[in-house]
Design a protein around this ligand. Sequence first.
Ligand SMILES: Cc1cc2nc3c(=O)[nH]c(=O)nc-3n(C[C@H](O)[C@H](O)[C@H](O)COP(=O)(O)OP(=O)(O)OC[C@H]3O[C@@H](n4cnc5c(N)ncnc54)[C@H](O)[C@@H]3O)c2cc1C
Length: 301
Amino acid sequence: MLNKLIVAAMPLVPRPIIRKISRRYIAGDLLADAIAATQQMHRDEGAWTTIDVLGEFVDNRERAVREKSESGKVLDAIDQHGLRGIANLSIKPTSLGLGLDEDFAFENVRELALKAREYGLFMRIDMENSPYTDKTLRLYRRLRDEGVDNIGIVLQAMLHRCEQDVRDHLEYRPSIRLCKGIYREPRSLAWTGREEVRDSYKRLLRLILGNGLYCGIATHDDPLLDDARQVIKAEGLKPDQYEFQMLLGVKDTTRRAILKDGHHLRVYVPFGEDWYGYSTRRLKENPAMAGMIAKAVLLRQ
Ligand SMILES: Cc1cc2nc3c(=O)[nH]c(=O)nc-3n(C[C@H](O)[C@H](O)[C@H](O)COP(=O)(O)OP(=O)(O)OC[C@H]3O[C@@H](n4cnc5c(N)ncnc54)[C@H](O)[C@@H]3O)c2cc1C
């Protein structure tokens, strides 16, 4: 209840407070921070990362071109620091103009995918809210139809359409990151109950892995992690057929335990100055969020 109130009041919370308490979710302002986080997590834990330049829903072309150039620099840095096989790139299509013009966004995504391919790197196309689902999947298929195959998609288990999306893309043998989905969606499109979303996730995981597709199992939810371990065992999967994925700053102990058990695990490492949208989404998912904000506000006065 308190959490719900605070979520509703989030826009009123001063930005410096949001910034302070969400710092754990973001590597820093600079690309060098994301590279350092990657190097540290790989050295200390054997984790892999996917690096994301913060930014989304851009409303002009100049900005989208700038975002493309920033993501291009991530690819350069991964190569220069010898992090191939350890780090890759995640992109948000609306930061590359998907909300402005689909063809324009396609050209931007394509340029990045080709650059990644030259370096021998993989690029994940994040999934945003439902107005962009079809457009994002179309970008993916257009690229695959051109023979670009160092790319993967994200599917959101909360959406009713997700199972059909898996089936519709089977012929592409896509690499799929499976997550619950973070965006608020209408009831007509999405399951909203906690258990309904979990059940959907479990069904989809079986569908994806059962069809021999590579899956990024992106969740911090213990029952889903336990279920995934069971499926992996039951299907006799090798560690190169899937990876766990978690967000920077979330459930560090669980992350280390998964790695210790011999699974691959990739951490989503966002960096940059456009931190507000991403940070508030993460805070809303943190069960301790209400207390953290209340404490931060009180200590400030
Ligand atoms: C690598 C990765 C990439 C993702 N990419 C996308 C994407 O492209 N599109 C999209 O819509 N969504 C994406 N997501 C977000 C995802 O959809 C969920 O919103 C998010 O992972 C939380 O769901 P959960 O499965 O962890 O379950 P939850 O029930 O939300 O969380 C399970 C438990 O994890 C802990 N936890 C979760 N979040 C936090 C937090 N922020 N702070 C502290 N503790 C927390 C809590 O203990 C919570 O009880 C991604 C997630 C990951 C891990």
